[in-house]
Design a protein around this ligand. Structure first.
Ligand SMILES: Nc1ncnc2c1ncn2[C@@H]1O[C@H](COP(=O)(O)OP(=O)(O)OP(=O)(O)O)[C@@H](O)[C@H]1O
Ligand SMILES: [Mg+2]
Length: 332
């Protein structure tokens, strides 16, 4: 079943373009990442799918009917700003109010709220005011309210922003479960390193608010020109004394393309240049070692102790390399 059909959709906020001539279809059970730089139109697109905004031009169909502009209970949205969707006096009230409004009896609504608190590990927040929670706690409660009505379609606006590493892993597990249950999930995110696990399709919005790419996540990640154009990765320059190099970043670290190898340096500059390079390599080496440890921690939490052990070994070996770099510097 086609859940959404967009034909030449544009949207402007009082003359300020937010989306320009966007067309694509979304089918039941798909999990799709929406990527794009700040201001490219991701949230606007989700508001439109939710029925909060009507396109300025173009045709939008939801559940194979022309979108009515009325919020459909089969669709639930996690807002980028969690405060926008939390309005009850306690977390418990937030979690039971949706089911009660949808006509569930008090006992069934309570049971659902209990289940969600357990699923999201937020039971300890039950009696707290949603307004006095931390950003990550608020996001979990907001996600809980989305889950509480058991919708068919989830629109998630930056769901992992502000979540600690363990909560991010738990969120990914939750999404995996929802996908298995046949839910349709559309997620706006900047987190390029999660999109392959999160989705089977990635849609990229350009800074001109047009659709730039609609492809498998792996293919999108491989198109560095597209990612650079969409401002999803950045080419940044390290200006060290006497030489520079550039590398792109996505997710963790994509490797240095050193533009000038030591052999290209003039003979008399050899010592100074090599010293700079050794310092630079060492700096990245330490940075990488930290990343290996972070991933080791994630792997351990996911129960993959074997992988965690290997990653920890790599981190340790990286530490040994740092000592070798120091020794090399001492010989100059
Ligand atoms: N309420 C509003 N009134 C006027 N302009 C708006 C409003 N909301 C968003 N815009 C503008 O519309 C464009 C798209 O904004 P949108 O929030 O959809 O971007 P986004 O891709 O979600 O960005 P971010 O990554 O920062 O969340 C931006 O230029 C933004 O300034
Ligand atoms: Mg946004």
């Amino acid at each position: 079943m086609k859940i959404f059909g967009l034909r030449n959709i544009s949207y402007s906020y009082k003359g300020r373009t937010a989306l320009e001539n966007v067309s694509f279809d979304i089918h039941q059970g798909e999990s799709i990442s929406i990527l794009g730089a700040n201001g490219s139109g991701k949230s606007t697109l989700l508001y439109m799918l939710q029925g909060l905004l009507k396109p300025s031009s173009g045709e939008l169909a939801a559940f194979e009917k022309e979108a009515s502009g009325i919020i459909d209970p089969r669709i639930s949205m996690l807002f980028q700003n969690s405060q926008a969707q939390l309005f009850c006096l306690s977390v418990w009230d937030e979690l039971v109010s949706g089911p009660l409004q949808r006509g569930l009896g008090a006992a069934a609504a309570s049971q659902r709220a209990e289940d969600i608190m357990q699923l999201l590990a937020i039971g300890h927040l039950k009696d707290r005011s949603p307004w006095q929670l931390s950003g990550g706690e608020m996001k979990k409660v907001a996600l809980g309210t989305c889950l509480s009505t058991n919708p068919d379609v989830f629109l998630l606006d930056e769901p992992t922003a502000g979540l600690d590493p363990r909560s991010q892993v738990e969120f990914m597990e939750l999404i995996a479960g929802l996908r298995k249950a046949g839910k349709t999930i559309i997620t706006a995110t900047h987190d390029l390193h999660i999109i392959q696990d999160l989705s089977e399709r990635a849609i990229v919005l350009g800074e001109d608010h047009r659709l730039l790419e609609d492809d498998l996540p792996a293919n999108v990640l491989a198109k560095k020109d597209v990612l650079l154009k969409a401002n999803l990765i950045h080419e940044h320059m390290h200006a060290h004394v006497g030489y520079k190099h550039e590398h792109s970043h996505f997710g963790a670290h994509d490797h240095n393309e050193i533009k000038q190898e030591p052999s290209a340096f003039k003979e008399e500059q050899m010592d100074a240049k090599l010293k700079v390079l050794l310092e630079h390599w060492m700096e990245h080496n330490e940075e990488h070692a930290k990343t290996y440890l972070e991933w080791a921690e994630k792997a351990r939490k996911e129960g993959n102790a074997a992988l965690a052990g290997i990653l920890e070994k790599i981190a340790k070996e990286s530490g040994n390399l740092t000592r070798l770099f120091e020794q090399a510097k001492g010989k100059l």
